[in-house]
Design a protein around this ligand. Sequence first.
Ligand code: NOJ
Length: 762
Amino acid sequence: MSTNETHLQQADTLLAAMTLEEKAGQISQYFYLAGMSAQAEFVEAEVRSGRAGSLLFISDPAETNRLQRIAVEESRLGIPLLFGFDVIHGLRTIFPVPLGLAASWDPELVERVQGIAAREARAVGIHWAFAPMVDIARDPRWGRIVEGAGEDPYLGSQMAAAQVRGFQGDGIGTPDHIVAGPKHFLGYGAALGGRDYDEVNLSENELRNVYLPPFAAAVKAGAGNIMTSYVGTGGVPGAADRRLITDVLRGELGFEGFIVSDASSVVDLTTHGFAKDDLDAATRAIRAGLDMEMWFGLRFQEGMIPTPGVGAFATLPDAIRQGLVDEQRLDEAVRRVLLLKFRLGLFEQPYVDEGRAAKTLGLPEHREMARIAAERSAVLLRNIGSVLPLDRSAVRSIAVIGPLADDKQATLGPWAFAHDLEATVTLLEGMQRVAGSGVTVAYAPGVPVPTRVFPSPFAAMEQFVGDTSPQAALFDEEAEFSRAIELARTSDVVVLVLGEAADMNGEAASRSTLDLPGRQVELLEAVAATDTPVVLVLLSGRPLDLRRAIERTAAILVAWHPGSEGGLAVARVLFGEVAPGGKLPFSWPRSVGQVPLIYSHLRSHQPQTSMMRYWEEESTPLYPFGFGLTYGEVAYTNLCLHASAIGLDETLEIQVEVQNRSSRAIEEVAQLYLHQRYGRAARPVRELKAFQRVVLESGETRTLHFQLDAAARRYWSSAQNTSVLDASIFDVWVGGVSTASLHAEFTVQDSTGSFLSPTNKP
Ligand code: NOJ
């Protein structure tokens, strides 16, 4: 018998011994809120009585063991708990935020990064990450753009698969690895107005061609779990969307793992005005194909203190007894969860070695990888007069200015919970360490760390979130502002660190503007007025409005929220110890009014005026998708296709030469874009289809090879209501940005030798 069959048999034996209440409990996941004793005690009691199969939000190994002991030693069947956690960009060692990792265009790096995150997580007893977030995000007002890979389905798919491989290793049960849970199925990133949790309306074209591919890639890479979305496409919330989770995810994509709801979103089916009550919500969610309910463990009644309580799945035994749900459906969901626990080896070893945890977290090699990842994520947008890299023989004094330059939290970014704040290297510390003895580095924050401003009805939230700026109360704004300007005036160069505080992006952190928050623009203007060259370093999880910054700075480096070693990494880039090679994973808008702005848009009426669709602004981005400079000139030449015409199912071989025309080693991301000129649906003006990040020694010319198979040309045609391959003429561009001009074309013929496929003929 294969291991798989043995596990299945073990799961079925256990299943046969379970009561309906235990089955419903096995597929109920609770938050464990240690800080809220009533909730924590309630959850412990549920575990003891076999009514909770999984917990989330515990990262202390002693705590996981204690709770696991309750499940294993005190519950009737002794089924171990499955522990989940938001391991988004590291656990103790924090890597750049996922949007930054995507900007590396380096799937191998991203795989290694999530492999380390998995090792640290597994060491404390976590079995499952609610990651990667593979939602395509085309509206940077949406705070969760920071958690994904940006606007493009192809880049998003590569990053999704790399992260799944990183978390899971060679598959579920690989030692030192954890289960990946790509999320949020489906379309969460398309929330109207970029407002978190708002309504989503996706056309079938967008759903299939844009939002689905990263999930397909994650499933193909073997993801063990998928999380549904809070929002629904067109009135059916994600947790109960049978068409999406059963027909598309299971039926079409062949997903075999278990499907969990987002936190409390089964109970929310009632809030949404979709379900009548908990019983209806649980019935419809499980019938739609959901396998597990994630639940806060708290009920919020109006005007009352939240009280601990069960989720909607606690009604499943009643639903079965009333004949609303088929018990086989419940068994199927429970079997999936038990099977996973067997595959993870939890029945043999439910506990974690607490001593080993301490030896695994924040290891030097993990931190080194965090530094490398931050270096590779940095995107250089501007470098006038080659102010960068900083030249130690010409620059003797550096003014590090800006509130975020010494802000550890902003260096880490959102979605970090089990980190070591003290050990976080800020930009200031990094500059001091890398500058060397002959260069002085002095610091002035200039203005306080920007804080989130809550509109008046939510002013109370401010107390809840707290003041993110430790210095705020003591900060003498006018004196500090003047001191910063004076420091700028008397230094050779200014490294100005601006951007967003950590809590300004992430979940429930949407913004109605892309402005640099607080008094940062004022600071920028005053610093620039000193005429000392300004190198702007941006810490943020979304593009910001840089129109004013562009006129006043010599260089702009996007560092994202770069993680535990972020300051060191950025300093090394600024001093040229390593050349920047990251590229934008989204189109950088000029202003918020252009949003959403997508490079792979459709050509439509009057394309000759498409640059000027607004009367007061161009409709092009400030920086295009795929853009990023390095410390040298890169040239692309000799684009060759192996054939000028191929058949519908054939693969095209493409090669191109890329040359480093500078006197130092650099890194470049070569990108290949495709366009179909006509077909059964109009296709985007260009779409990313392949890329390679390469190291090029000084003067080196490298021949790069790409393959464009039929799958790269396949798309969903709304007209045909299926995916199609068209015979057509195609354009190919290769270069270092989505606006690359090096071009070639080829034709695809169907079996009749025609350029038009039969269904396409008039
Ligand atoms: C809600 C978020 O939408 C989801 O991404 C996250 O994993 C869960 N909360 C658990 O924290």
